[in-house]
Ligand binder design. Structure first.
Ligand code: FES
Length: 147
């Protein structure tokens, strides 16, 4: 059911932890499954992501997608990091079962939330970055819940 890469990133997740005084921190959750993901970014003065760490309280696919997402954004500029979509994360993991696609959305959303936090703290605007939702509902529900 899961690719070898998913199993590898689930069993040996990369970049688990926190970054003290991070440039940006984003926390997102999915109300349905209750999983929560937090992403920390360390961004240098040129807007390059020096380091990225995560903490995920969630399913195996959420752990694997956040692990892969941290690997993908490291070394990228904030603008390039926007290209690390859930699709890019899934592709890098050789796919996910359909019921687990929302887990990869959480990873994309966590990166965006951390970038948003960085932009707000530094008073800058990142072209193409939307204000993150605090919750992901895969579109079946109308309301956005704040927490
Ligand atoms: Fe919800 Fe994976 S089951 S993030």
């Amino acid at each position: 059911m899961y690719s070898e890469k998913v199993m590898d990133h689930f069993q040996n997740p990369r970049n688990v932890g926190e970054i003290e005084n991070a440039s940006g921190v984003g926390t997102v959750g999915n109300a349905k499954c209750g999983d929560i993901m937090r992403m920390y970014l360390d961004i240098d003065e040129n807007g390059v992501i020096r380091d990225c760490k995560f903490k995920t309280f969630g399913c195996g696919a959420a752990v694997a997608t956040s692990s892969m997402a941290t690997e993908l954004v490291k070394g990228k500029t904030v603008q390039e990091a926007l290209q690390v979509t859930n699709k890019a994360v899934m592709d890098a993991l050789d796919g996910l079962p359909p019921v687990k696609v929302h887990c990869s959305l959480l990873a994309e959303e966590a990166i965006h939330a951390a970038l948003w936090d960085y932009a707000e703290k530094h008073g800058i605007k990142i072209e193409g970055l939307q204000k993150p939702k605090s919750d992901i509902h895969e579109g079946e529900e109308e309301d956005e819940e704040e927490y």
